[in-house]
Design a protein around this ligand. Structure first.
Ligand code: AGP
Length: 597
């Protein structure tokens, strides 16, 4: 998720570009850059690091241009550095592009362009767009951009300039772009937070729409070049509301982003029922897998164990990174060490990785170019976008999605077979999650009953035991209510002593061979007066009779059930915390990335 800005009008563009980038910094912040048209030539200034680095670089320049585009980056392809920062030039430096999204066919396009003599210098998917426009450009930028986007697969929000035309061409497919309509000036941005202090009149571009911004105003066309009117709307949101997409907190926004972020994790990695991962290791040579991580990432690691052992048949060990690093782990040359980390900077996980001196390593990481992502031999990026809320939500479901892809990929590499039904079902998960989010009000109502509670138990079995752990962690870290995750069958070995009418017990149970066993556990809690919330896909009379509240989720294969079961638990934790008046995005004592031991 990156931030795009553009301006054309009568005033100097640079001050608006910088102030707009600052408004969009929450969308990505590993590098930033601008492009302006100065004396008939495109000038690009870009820097690695936060926007203040770019601002410092610009302080030494006098830029009077009244047209410009700018970008703050969240890396998806290519490390966060100056070369990969946007904007990107074509070969002749006559065309400049900024882009938000993922181009799925960029490798094929790169081969084509290089075969035609184009010199591509960055690792990004974006740069190939600039060279494609160059390929199609004769004397009309709008036409060249239109031809280019017909060749692109994937998502984009684009803003394009060229040295010979005083205009900005913008286009979108799958990544937001809006126009700000001012007095003798037009703005373009990824969201209204960058525009609202200049104008409240905006137009939201729709997919495959193109806008041509010039000093005389703007025009809107579809991909066939037909003129469109475009519906001007008045923005009434505050800047804070816009950054959070209208949600009260980033955590809630990120919970609701999960249909899209899971789709982005899958994007370009499932092709005609086959899994495509840039994992350069041969699983046939692996005799054991060790997964190590911390916190929420450790919970997804536990789920990875169930997935890989069931789908691939390889033994998997899971360990807290903070334990693994100090226990002189026994690692064989044919082991594979997988490290999972949203931030890619967690000190314990990085230290655990360094224990793997003689085996293959693989990272499942969200932040491109993070330390862990650079230290592993292979990797899978989550493509979940920045996770601002301290409590991890969308990163968790993207981690689990990545582990499912990895297990299916290993199965295909080892046996030549792949479970196409499971892959098809996996691709339907985003809309299944959306159906749960559509009922969020039901979960918000249930959360009222947690007020005043001090203790809770989260119980699950099999692949949903780690889901119980994750649900408990969510409640603990944002609402400050003690919550303990436990295997449901283990309750009678001690925790059952805690059960009374003050204890909330959350069960996660799906259809399958152990369904009846969990029913027995629910009865044990009921008999002792415990208050029960059950997350289930079974419309079952016994569960309804025994539970105080039942939250239904769509019925999916066991391997995919964590992706749906965790959603109500994330929402429950969020609503209880918000009712408790907690600063949900920044809970006390916690940091987003624990870079110290
Ligand atoms: C999860 O909600 C917590 N914020 C925390 O447990 C987190 O998962 C843990 O610190 C690991 O972080 P990482 O994924 O960035 O390595």
């Amino acid at each position: 998720m990156c931030g795009i800005i553009g301006y054309i009008g009568k005033k100097p563009a640079t001050p608006f570009l910088i102030s707009g980038l600052k408004r969009l910094e929450y969308r990505g912040y590993d590098s930033a850059g601008i492009c302006v048209l100065e004396n008939g030539a495109l000038e690009i200034i870009k820097e690695e690091g936060p926007i203040k680095m770019l601002e410092a670089e610009l302080a030494n320049k006098i830029l009077n241009s009244t047209i410009g585009i700018a970008h703050t980056r969240w890396a998806t392809h290519g490390r966060p550095n100056k070369i990969n920062a946007h904007p990107h030039f074509d070969c002749q430096k006559k065309i400049a592009v900024v882009h938000n999204g993922i181009i799925e066919n960029f490798q094929a396009l790169k081969v084509l362009l290089e075969s035609e003599g184009h010199k591509i210098i960055s690792e990004t998917d974006t740069e190939i767009i600039a060279h494609l426009i160059e390929k199609f450009y004769v004397d009309n930028l709008e036409k060249a951009v239109t031809e280019t986007i017909k060749c692109l697969e994937g998502t984009f929000g684009l803003a394009v300039m060229c040295a010979t035309e005083h205009k900005i061409i913008v286009a979108r497919r799958g990544s937001p772009l809006i126009l700000g309509i001012g007095e003798n000036e037009t703005f373009v941005a990824s969201d209204a937070s960058a525009i609202i202090e200049h104008t409240q009149q905006v137009i939201y571009l729709k997919d495959n729409e193109i806008a041509i911004l010039s000093e005389d105003g703007y025009s809107l066309k579809n991909i066939n070049g037909e003129l469109l009117t475009g519906e001007t709307q008045e923005i009434k949101w505050t800047i804070d509301e816009i950054e959070k997409g209208g949600f009260k907190h980033f955590m809630l926004k990120e919970i609701f982003e999960q249909p899209k972020t899971i789709a982005n994790t899958l994007r370009g990695r499932v092709n005609n029922g086959s899994i495509k991962l840039s994992v350069n290791l041969d699983p046939k040579k692996v005799d054991k897998i060790i997964i190590t991580a911390c916190g929420t990432s450790w919970h997804s690691a536990l789920i990875g164990k169930y997935l890989i052992e069931k789908i691939v048949g390889l033994p998997v060990e899971v360990d807290y990174a903070s334990e693994f690093r100090y226990r002189n782990p026994i690692i064989g040359p044919n082991n594979l060490l997988i490290v999972i980390s949203q931030s890619g900077e967690t000190a314990d996980t990085l230290a655990a990785l360094k224990e793997a001196t003689n085996c293959e390593t693989l990272g499942i990481v969200n932040i491109v170019g993070s330390t862990i992502s650079r230290e592993v031999k292979s990797g899978i990026y989550l493509h979940a976008g920045p996770e601002i809320g301290v409590a991890s939500t969308k990163a968790f479901t993207s981690q689990v999605t990545s582990l499912i892809l990895l297990a299916l990929y290993f199965e295909e590499q080892i046996s030549g077979e792949v479970d196409r039904e499971l892959i098809n079902e996996l691709e339907s998960i985003p809309q299944k999650i959306q159906s749960i989010l559509d009922n969020a009000k039901e979960i918000k109502a249930i959360s009222q009953n947690f007020i005043g509670s001090h203790n809770s138990l989260y119980l699950g079995r099999g692949i949903n035991f780690p889901v119980a752990l994750e649900g408990a962690l969510k409640l603990k870290e944002v609402s400050y209510i003690h919550a303990e995750g436990y295997p449901a069958a283990e309750m009678k070995h001690g925790p059952i002593a805690l059960i009374d009418e003050n204890m909330f017990v959350v069960f996660v149970v799906n259809h399958g061979p152990i369904f009846e066993k969990v029913i027995s556990n629910i009865q044990e809690v009921r008999a002792r007066g415990g208050r029960i919330i059950t997350i289930t896909d079974m419309d079952n009379e016994v569960i309804k009779k025994l539970s105080d509240y039942v939250i239904m989720v769509p019925s999916v294969s066991e391997e995919l059930s964590p992706l749906v079961n965790i959603i109500p638990l994330q929402l429950l934790a969020y609503y209880v915390a918000d009712l408790n008046g907690v600063n949900v995005d920044k809970p006390r004592n916690l940091a987003k990335s624990v870079t110290v031991e």
